[in-house]
Design a protein around this ligand. Structure first.
Ligand code: ADP
Ligand code: MG
Length: 501
């Protein structure tokens, strides 16, 4: 075939360039036939004369003519020449190709809408099997009422049959409590006047094979990280060097006192020392400068957790024992007050996740999901994002898959201006999710979504028109539209519209 003056080379003899003359075409055809015959002869001879090769070949199930019977469609007489074409031509010739699917391993989700097949998903079994699938974490985004939480709960509930455990450190609506109850799990409800208490300074149990001293250093590091992010959240700024030192010194002093009385340190103990400049100065020893004065802001920041609106929840010994065999553990933060008080939620979430992280640090704990429902409320809080990201980096090694539920992809952009640290953290979290599930997005959000996720035009158009329970699944670059199938029992258990009916 000619296009302009150039010859378009094609591997198929279907297209013989017209510019060659007849004799040349004939000669080329004959050469091809002879070469094919020669190659076939050689292959036959090699097969026939090599007993080893013969022995290696498995006996065919059906004769060469194919499966017997009229329906076999393989009489052996129909011979089609291979036809090759470019992918651009192929997509025109076969416009209705569907994804092959991710295989049958894993948790049943529902129906792959394009392939009309069951869709199953298991982040751990895909790991190492699918190119570009570098982590088990999942991002789930969609407008309110589309069934995001229902999907997260189905994933959680159905995973339990596969031996997974589920942890929900952030449940601002308390909607996971019935699920945990139905599964025989545990819920810790936190709020003013409620009996549940968590001590975020609880030390994780020392893993086997770790020296006592090494583990003490690790526990100290985690506690400092926690205290730092609590202080930064309340202050709304980074800590000054002397404030860091003050936290260090106060923690060490409290840990020393606590170990002599064999009890776990409390946030209240730390706030206590920070509020007494002379104690702090004494504990700081030969350190230059007056630590006691420099620590005033931090002291007031921690006071909020001890005497402010979160009093009593995080400065007492933990009430619920962490049972590693429990199938589900949720932390109900719905009693923390109105949606305006996000700082309280973030502080509670920071403490709750710190407590949960130390409880989950056991690498033999099996495969686990950590679900952050309504995580969009946390996105604008840098210190929390930082902790989350650190935790996500560790999660693969611990067998943990994180599931983060947000409304819009632009929620990720509220973490800061382009180029800022907050934005980098949020984008890092997105990059750390090999699976992105997009439920319906508002029309004005489509450009942001397409940009952040690298969606094609067809995918972008699809997410503007998804109905309830249906989402675009981007699994390491592969793309599916999946209708989540809800069992009637699940529908009853997960119903968040109950008050609307
Ligand atoms: N796949 C589905 N099929 C039918 N109903 C669903 C499905 N997913 C969710 N729902 C219903 O939609 C309602 C809202 O779902 P929910 O998960 O709370 O939404 P979101 O978390 O996105 O705001 C629930 O009452 C739930 O029962
Ligand atoms: Mg929800």
């Amino acid at each position: 075939m000619t296009s302009g003056n150039r010859l378009r080379s094609s591997a198929s003899d279907l297209f013989t360039p017209r510019s060659t003359n007849r004799a040349a075409r004939k000669a080329a055809r004959r050469a091809l036939i002879e070469a094919t015959a020669r190659a076939r002869d050689t292959a036959d001879r090699d097969l026939a004369h090599s007993p080893a090769a013969e022995a290696e070949m498995a006996a065919p199930v059906y004769p060469a003519a194919g499966r017997p019977g009229p329906a076999s469609a393989r009489g052996g007489r129909l011979k089609l020449r291979a036809h090759r074409m470019t992918t651009a031509v192929a997509s025109g010739a076969y416009p209705f190709l569907a994804e092959g699917g991710l295989g049958a391993d894993g948790i049943y989700i529902g129906r792959d809408v394009h392939a009309e097949a069951s869709f199953t998903f298991d982040p751990f079994s895909l790991y190492g099997k699918l190119e570009g699938f570098t982590n088990p974490n999942v991002l789930l985004a969609g407008v309110i009422g589309q069934g995001k939480s229902a999907l997260a709960k189905s994933l959680a509930l159905r995973s339990i049959a596969h031996g997974y455990r589920v942890y929900v450190p952030c449940d601002p609506k308390g909607e996971w409590t019935p699920v945990a109850t139905a599964l025989g799990g545990t819920t810790i409800a936190l709020g003013p006047g409620l009996p549940g208490k968590l001590n975020p300074l609880d030390a994780a149990p020392r893993p086997d094979g770790t020296a006592e001293d090494d583990w003490a250093i690790e526990v100290r590091k985690r506690r400092l990280l926690l205290l730092g992010s609590l202080a930064r959240t309340v202050l709304g700024r980074d800590l000054l060097p002397m404030e860091h030192t003050a936290l260090d010194v106060a923690l060490d002093a409290v840990v020393t006192t606590a170990s002599t009385t064999a009890r776990t340190p409390l946030l209240g103990d730390i706030a206590g020392i920070l509020n007494h400049p002379e104690q702090l100065d004494a504990a700081a020893g030969a350190m230059s400068g007056r630590l006691g004065d420099a620590a005033q802001d931090v002291a007031h920041a921690l006071r909020r957790l001890v005497a402010g609106d979160l009093a009593g929840m995080f400065d007492a010994p933990t009430t619920a024992a962490f049972d590693p065999r429990s199938p589900m553990l949720t932390i109900d933060l719905s009693h923390l007050g109105g949606s305006g008080a996000d700082t309280a939620l973030v502080l509670a979430m920071t403490c709750a996740s710190a407590w949960m992280e130390s409880a989950l640090a056991d690498p033999r704990g099996g495969r686990r999901w950590i679900v952050y429902d309504e995580a969009w409320r946390l996105m604008s809080h840098g210190p929390l994002l930082e902790r989350m990201q650190a935790q996500w980096k560790l999660s693969r090694g611990l067998g943990i898959a994180n599931l983060m539920v947000i409304h819009r992809l632009s929620d990720l952009l509220t973490a800061g201006d382009a180029g800022s640290r907050g934005r980098a953290l949020a984008e890092g979290l997105l990059a750390d999710c090999s699976t992105r599930i997009i439920y319906r997005q508002e029309t004005d959000q489509l450009t942001a979504a397409a940009g952040l996720l690298g969606l094609t035009g067809v995918e972008t158009q699809a997410i503007s028109a998804l109905q309830r329970g249906r989402g675009l699944w981007k699994v390491a670059g592969r793309s599916f539209v999946v209708q989540h199938a809800l069992h009637p029992h699940e529908a009853r258990l997960f119903d968040t519209d109950a008050r609307m009916h």
